[in-house]
Design a protein around this ligand. Structure first.
Ligand code: WQD
Length: 332
């Protein structure tokens, strides 16, 4: 299949591109390089032998998108592009809504015009808001209790895709709700390398390990969890990428929603210990105040993806740490 990957030089888009190329698909990437580097294309070539066709393009550039769709007959779009920093979205709501929502609307309009009827969308467990339960299934309500504009853009885009499927019975939208993506490609060539100050746990652990930050602040150790630190469902990015391939093979008209996670929870302190075990070195950390908006414990119910897509996460937290270290040592 010929697949357009928006955000294809980013963290999850690049790992998914590897899986797509290795499965024999033709990938065309568009990315504005806001949070990624063009050199990722060389890494993709080194890993897969193929350098995907690349357009440096912002989804807000509707004319540019039109050109891409005129030049390529796509079967499917995988839509990763978007802004994703939670704190920044609170400070810059208009930019977040415009980039994520208008960008997606431009993409959908180009798809409609060029008769491309399949999309896989990069959503997030954040759409569950405050779910009132730890173990999240796809049928839980969404949209309530989301604490930031970033999360609301993911929710709104899900709703837009549902409406598009109502209007066009031939349109397929697969919504993948990621839990906490972590890890790196086993080659050490691809991994998470955000521009600017990261917000998520693993990129911060990496900066502490490389000496760029003096220590990790553990946000709270008085949560109602076994060691008092928050529990999340960390999924290896290569497992996540393989989930997209599984979803691609099962696309059909209408909306389908899948959680992509492991179903297992790991606490912040357990993440630190796993990193130390992999590196053989102590990771400096200090207990800090709770971070506003953090819930004590969240992990997914992964059964639907397992049953319907035949996919489940296979890599462990120690794989995550070993692969992260390989990426870290090769690049920083
Ligand atoms: C994980 C755990 C922190 C940093 C967020 C977004 C979500 C999604 C993924 C993506 C929490 C703790 C973190 C630090 C820490 N969006 N932590 N010290 O909060 O589950 O989800 O990222 O793009 O929408 O809300 O992930 O990686 O930020 O935090 O103790 O310096 O690590 O409190 O318990 P989270 P995270």
């Amino acid at each position: 299949m010929k697949i357009l990957v928006t955000g294809g030089t980013g963290y999850i888009g690049s790992h998914t591109t590897v899986q797509l190329i290795e499965a024999g698909h033709e990938v065309v990437i568009i990315d504005n390089l806001a949070n990624s580097k063009e050199s990722v294309l060389d890494k993709l070539k080194e890993i897969t032998g193929t350098r995907p066709k690349f357009y440096k393009l912002d989804l807000l550039d509707a004319d540019g998108l039109e050109r891409v769709f005129s030049e390529n007959a796509f079967d499917t779009v995988m839509h990763f592009a978007g802004l994703k920093a939670v704190g920044e979205s609170v400070e810059q709501p208009i930019r977040y809504y415009h980039t994520n929502i208008t960008g997606t609307l431009n993409l959908l309009a180009a798809m409609q015009k060029h008769n491309v009827k399949n999309i896989i969308f990069s959503s997030s467990a954040t759409v569950y808001g405050e779910p009132g339960t730890d173990n999240l299934s796809e049928n839980l309500p969404t949209g309530q209790g989301i604490t930031n504009p970033y999360g609301r853009t993911k929710y709104m885009i899900e709703e837009i895709l549902k409406d598009v499927c109502v209007a066009d019975k031939d349109f397929s939208a697969t919504i993948l709700r990621y839990f906490n993506p972590v890890g790196a490609h086993k080659s050490g060539k691809l991994g998470e390398d955000p521009n600017g100050r990261p917000n998520n746990l693993m990129p911060i652990i990496m900066k502490v390990a490389s000496g760029e930050y003096p220590e990790l602040s553990v946000y709270g150790n008085d949560y109602p969890t076994p060691n008092g630190t928050c529990i999340r469902d960390y999924i290896h990015v290569v497992d996540l990428a393989k989930g997209h391939l599984a979803a691609l093979s099962k696309m059909h008209p209408g909306v389908e929603i899948y959680n992509l996670g492991t179903g297992k929870g790991t606490s912040v302190l357990e993440m630190i210990t796993a990193f130390e075990n992999a590196s053989g070195e102590k990771l400096p950390y200090a207990i800090a105040e709770r971070r506003a908006g953090d819930l004590p414990c969240l992990y997914c119910n992964p059964k639907k993806a397992e049953t319907e897509l035949g996919w489940k996460a296979e890599l462990s937290i120690s794989d995550v740490m070993e692969d992260t270290l390989r990426f870290l040592r090769a690049n920083f």
